[in-house]
Design a binder for this molecule. Sequence first.
Ligand code: LMR
Length: 394
Amino acid sequence: MFENLKEQPADKILQLMQMYKEDPRDTKIDLGVGVYKDASGNTPVMRAIKAAEKQLWEAETTKAYTGLAGDPAYGDAMIKLVLGDAVARANVAAAATPGGTGAVRQGFDLIRMANPDAKVWVSDPTWPNHLSILKHMGMTKVDYRYFDSETRGVDFEGMMADLAGVAAGDVVLVHGCCHNPTGANLNMAQWGELVELLNAKGAIPMVDIAYQGFGDGLEEDAQAVRLIASKCPEVLIAASCSKNFGIYRERTGLLMTVCNDPSRQKLNQGTLNYLNRQNYSFPPDHGARLVTMVLTDDALRADWMAELEEVRLSMLGLREQLASELQRLSGSDRFGFIAQHRGMFSRLGTTPEMVEKLRADHGIYMVGDSRLNIAGLNKTTVPILAEAIIKVGI
Ligand code: LMR
């Protein structure tokens, strides 16, 4: 049997991680995988998480199973964090998942169960693993235009023109904030137009929100998902705690369904529970419990929010520094988009050859589509990157 297995394509982001590890140059700079790093290059455990972990160690008396949807308090706390007061709790079903990726996977599974013919529309580009999972599941995906390679902003006209082709029952996957890989995002007026189009067509939005708090702020970054949840009859939301709580390896995510008919909540919840049971039974609890503790304790929550804000502002500062360094070196404003983009990533909009040149000649690692992780930089490496960008001729 095993001889029938075929080699699978390596994940580009994870492959880059490995290449970086193996590069002996001590001047190398990792702008690949989406992991936050502080000025000294460490990915710290956030203070509130550390404190919660200590409390949990003292207080936890059992490791017995929770529920198929995870600890209900986690679902409640996360629903509140993501959706605020946009919809009534009774309209939401939710299940803890292993990370945001788990939520995406379970979301696709639910779509397939509900409508095997559904097409999933994805932004071009999107997070490569969205595509990989859809392909693995044998689901049909359709690209919609998203990135304007001239302005490095959103090609909103192109996006709307493409999405005019969605059929009733199709699913449109959007990034709730901090678009990965481009860093280019819709403004609220555009989100409003998109919602109108989807509702007119009877299409269902699925929102992947993995970077809440990394763009314009915790509340600001949730505005789009809240608008969608309050205006669309049916919505899927995949949320991740990996980045904003810094608990990457704990695999902590949440899949939500929002339905304007609360009588469907029970069936949706039952389906989410069922899917968890089929795929891995009970979801991991440790990260979820820490998140719940942080979100429900005033002092821990305040400290977490303060640290998250430090992280966000440090990334914004690096964006501004890089944009102005590039302006100085190039004598033009053509890199101004870096300061406009939001979140962990920016897409430079250059060729794979240039990206390879940056890696080979300067030890600078970014994903082949020219996505760079802003949080991989610090005040000292920004000028090095800027100089390399100009030197290779981008
Ligand atoms: C990324 O896009 O780099 C992150 O979401 C990490 C991952 O799993 O790909």
